[in-house]
Design a protein around this ligand. Structure first.
Ligand SMILES: Cc1cc2nc3c(=O)[nH]c(=O)nc-3n(C[C@H](O)[C@H](O)[C@H](O)COP(=O)(O)OP(=O)(O)OC[C@H]3O[C@@H](n4cnc5c(N)ncnc54)[C@H](O)[C@@H]3O)c2cc1C
Length: 390
């Protein structure tokens, strides 16, 4: 049992660390002696210990930089506090299967509790991240400081004006809409994640996007729960105001979507066709979907001899086309690699670290930059504490 005072944190760190191997033990010991002020290193050593066959660890630690775990906990409404748990591995909540520990984790199944938790952290300016199904994120190996709220609120009133909680599964919503003869979401069959995650990135496929369907949204911003119009989101291609790195933390609670009555058999055929195309092209190894955004540039499209005519005409250059032209398919660093099936999918072959995923992404970006003079922009969002990895 060790107790260290960490100058980086505001309260002492208590750490009980039991190593399951001599390597983990040595790492733990060196982290303690060399870096008593470096809480990050200590935590990483503890994580390595936990990964060993017989190792286990517990720790009660503080969060960076001005909020202790106790302070964050005490901010939360009582019913949330009872369900929140410390040191939750984010790899269990992301489709890429990477990511270290979240300081504190709460799975919200009720919009009232979700809104109350978000209001509390916003009013105190405490660190908080809202997560859907983690299908568009790469979480740092060092984890996430502060509170992570997983949105699992799943209320639905289906109709031409559909009111749906942002924690509702997008694919299920699309399936129910198709079955009910409501058009507009067929493209979403096969896309994992929640309605909230889809809104944040203006998700879409096969020329359909969620943005144009939005009539209004309920959000929590600066501690205030309110309804806003779609212009609040500032939707553009795979983008919204919530993706801006300096955007203040806001939470999407529920959304009203306008769906059009349509022949159900027609919608089903369309959805089936999209699904077939998806199955033919995409890998089924853990990933976060397309890693980079496609590029809208008519001059670039015109300059590429092998690009299909339809894409030339639309002025769209798929990131996969550029990556494939740079021989990125099959590129591998550790257990992270570019899929052999799709050059814009970075996949986790087993036990990849988030840092490996990022190294593969940076290599693809560099090759494309050198060959085509084009800067690829990530569609996958980086979450958490990336400072030490960079
Ligand atoms: C195999 C595969 C195929 C995919 N295909 C497509 C595709 O064809 N088209 C496409 O657009 N995407 C695709 N994706 C990406 C991804 O599925 C979508 O972007 C999805 O909408 C993300 O939803 P999520 O709930 O998983 O979001 P998460 O990954 O959990 O979160 C994404 C971002 O949104 C924020 N966020 C989530 N919920 C809220 C909320 N309620 N309020 C505020 N912020 C929130 C998070 O903080 C994070 O910054 C694919 C992914 C995979 C794994």
């Amino acid at each position: 049992m060790v107790q260290i005072q960490d100058s980086y944190c505001t309260l002492p760190v208590h750490c009980l660390f039991s190593a399951g191997s001599s390597r983990a033990c040595a790492e733990g010991a060196s982290a303690l002696t060399i870096c008593q002020n470096r809480f990050q290193r200590l935590r990483r050593a503890a994580q390595n210990g936990a990964a060993c066959l017989f190792g286990y660890y517990t720790f009660m630690h503080t969060t960076a930089p001005n909020f202790t775990l106790q302070q964050i906990t005490s901010l939360l409404p009582l019913e949330v506090r009872a369900q929140a748990r410390p040191a939750e591995p984010m790899s269990a909540h992301t489709t890429l299967r990477v990511g270290g520990l979240a300081d504190m984790f709460f799975r919200a199944e009720d919009t009232k509790a979700l809104a109350a938790a978000v209001q509390a952290v916003q009013r105190a300016h405490a660190p908080c991240v809202l997560l859907g199904e983690g299908s568009n994120v790469c979480v740092a190996d060092a984890g996430v400081r502060g509170l992570v709220i997983q949105n699992a609120c799943a209320g639905l009133q289906l109709g031409q004006t559909t009111l749906v909680d942002c924690g509702f599964n997008m694919m299920r919503l699309a399936f129910l809409a198709v079955r009910a003869g409501l058009g507009g979401l067929e493209w979403a069959i096969g896309i994992p994640g929640t309605v909230g995650g889809a809104l944040v990135s203006n998700a879409g496929a096969y020329r359909g996007n969620i943005g144009p369907l939005v009539r209004r949204l309920e959000v929590v911003e600066q501690g205030e729960r309110k309804w806003v119009g779609p212009e609040w989101m500032e939707f553009s291609y795979r983008n919204s105001r919530l993706r801006c790195p300096d955007a203040p933390f806001a939470a999407l609670l529920q959304v009203e979507l306008a769906l059009a009555p349509c022949d159900s058999a027609l919608l089903r055929a369309r959805a089936r066709d999209y699904q077939r195309q998806r199955i033919a092209k995409q890998p089924w190894i853990p990933s976060a979907g397309s890693y980079f955004k496609n590029i809208n540039s008519s001059p670039l499209a015109a300059s590429l001899p092998g690009l299909p005519a339809a894409l030339k005409q639309a002025g769209v250059v798929p990131a996969a086309f550029l990556a494939e032209a740079c021989s990125c398919k099959g590129l591998r660093i550790g257990d992270a690699g570019v899929s052999m099936r799709h050059a814009n999918f970075i996949v986790n072959y087993g036990s990849a670290a988030a840092a490996d995923i990022r190294r593969v992404a940076n290599t693809v970006r560099q090759r494309v930059r050198e060959r085509f003079g084009v800067e690829l922009e990530a569609e996958v969002l980086s979450l958490g504490d990336w400072e030490e990895a960079d």
